[in-house]
Design a protein around this ligand. Structure first.
Ligand code: DOR
Ligand code: ZN
Ligand code: ZN
Length: 424
């Protein structure tokens, strides 16, 4: 049989790296062999490693409402530039995505783009009964325990009830865990004129640690079976709490962001653009996250792509950094500079996500799966620059940083949607 496309080279699987020909027909992986496959088109480069397309479970694409920051077209172009073929969009739009109407509108707007977009549903404190009504439209529910871009804090007093209702839908909850009362108290101590890295003291480690402790304690008291993902863990103490809870049987997983793995709060002194919630932390925290990623206690590598314009960052101090464009660069850095194996990378970039969020058609290179692939050249250094950014915000926190490798090709449902050096 002649396939539409063959992708050929070293393929990363949970058990290691092996030479493989991946035969793709009608958008799916149709055949896997060592040799002998035939096709109309062939992508092959000995230096490259082929990964299942990256699944980024934490992205803010801003449409509708904030299209000057990003929209589904530019956001998905940035995604495939980074090797991301599936992304989960967060609900904190100006009109929150917490109703059937708002989610149906987003689904319509995001159709037919180069990466597959799925949605988190928002959770309103005064409308917990609406949670089940959107379950078919969402991949999970997002709860913000503190105030952040476009979102008010969800009250602790309602957290258990919210998690129990979410549990009844069989979809998981992703939780932004920072304690607003700790932030309020700490913020009043930090003057606006302080050094830029003092932002990390205005949202101190205790805000995250306290909120994670509360969340885990509520989780153990829930009557319903609910799966929880702790978003963007930034401190070693919070990671330890999650590890401990998991050891005692709690159904909890967690994420680390590209920026919390790469930068520390000291980097904020050089760049006023690095303000995020939660803030960047110490080198000890960063190392703990890297070890967690290598050792299995951090489940998901996420961008938390949160684009704002340069102007918004500099004038109003908007929190959040873009990251989708550089996802593949960071993967190359994790492998070449931080010693992560390609098989570990395949777990934290796709297999774990597919299992936890129950996406049965993707997350591994197997016959019958959607043909989503990220092909990385790990020996082709690239210096990140604003010029190469496809995100509408037009800048990157990594500008000037040199990475060991880059994405060479991205294949989404059998289509070559990104090719290094080819404008698209
Ligand atoms: O820094 C952040 N930016 N943290 C969040 O939780 C939200 C995000 C955004 O949407 O801008
Ligand atoms: Zn968040
Ligand atoms: Zn976020």
């Amino acid at each position: 049989m002649e396939h539409d496309l063959i992708v050929e080279g070293l393929a990363a699987t949970p058990s290691g790296v092996e030479p493989l020909q991946i035969g793709i027909t009608d958008g799916k992986i149709a055949e896997l062999k060592r040799s002998g496959l035939k096709a109309g088109r062939r992508l092959r480069d000995e230096r490259c490693v082929i990964f299942p397309g990256f699944i980024d479970v934490h992205v803010h694409l801003r449409e509708p409402g904030w299209e000057h920051k990003e929209d589904f077209l530019t956001g998905t172009m940035a995604a495939v530039h980074g090797g991301v073929t599936t992304l989960f969009d967060m609900p904190n739009n100006p009109e929150p995505a917490d109703s059937r109407e708002a989610l149906a509108r987003k689904a319509e707007l995001s159709k037919g783009k180069v990466a597959d977009v799925m949605f988190f549903g928002g959770v309103r404190r005064d409308r917990l009964s609406a949670i089940p009504s959107i379950k078919e439209l969402v991949v999970g529910y997002k709860i913000f325990m503190s105030q952040t871009t476009g979102s008010a804090p969800f009250p602790l007093s309602k957290l258990r009830e919210a998690l129990e209702v979410i549990g009844s839908t069989s979809k998981p909850a992703s939780v932004h865990a920072e304690d607003q009362s700790v932030i309020d108290a700490a913020s009043s101590e930090v003057k606006a004129s302080s050094a830029p890295d003092r932002y990390a003291d205005a949202r101190p480690p205790e805000a995250e640690v306290g909120a994670v402790r509360e969340l885990l304690s509520v989780l153990t008291r829930c009557s319903a079976d609910v799966r929880v993902n702790v978003c963007h863990v930034s401190t070693s103490s919070a990671l330890n709490l999650i590890r401990g809870a998991r050891r005692s049987g709690a159904n909890v997983v967690c994420e680390a962001t590209l920026h919390h793995l790469f930068f520390t709060r000291r980097d904020m002194l050089r760049s006023p653009m690095l303000r995020t919630n939660p803030p960047l932390r110490t080198d000890g925290d960063r190392r703990a996250l890297l070890e967690g990623l290598a050792g299995g206690s951090v489940d998901f590598l996420v961008s938390d792509h949160a684009p704002h314009t340069r102007e918004e960052k500099l004038s109003s101090g908007a929190a959040g950094v873009p990251g989708l464009d550089n996802y593949g660069n960071i993967v190359s850095w994790l492998i070449k500079k931080r010693g992560l194996s390609p098989s570990t990378v395949s777990m934290v970039t796709s297999a774990n996500q597919a299992r936890f969020f129950r996406l049965h058609d993707r997350g591994s290179i197997t016959v019958g799966a959607r043909a989503d692939l990220a092909v990385l050249d790990l020996d082709s250094p690239e210096t990140a620059s604003a010029d190469s950014v496809r995100s509408k915000c037009g800048w990157s926190p990594y500008e000037g940083k040199r990475f060991p490798g880059r994405v060479k090709w991205t294949v989404s449902a059998g289509r070559v949607v990104y090719e290094d050096g080819v404008a698209g």
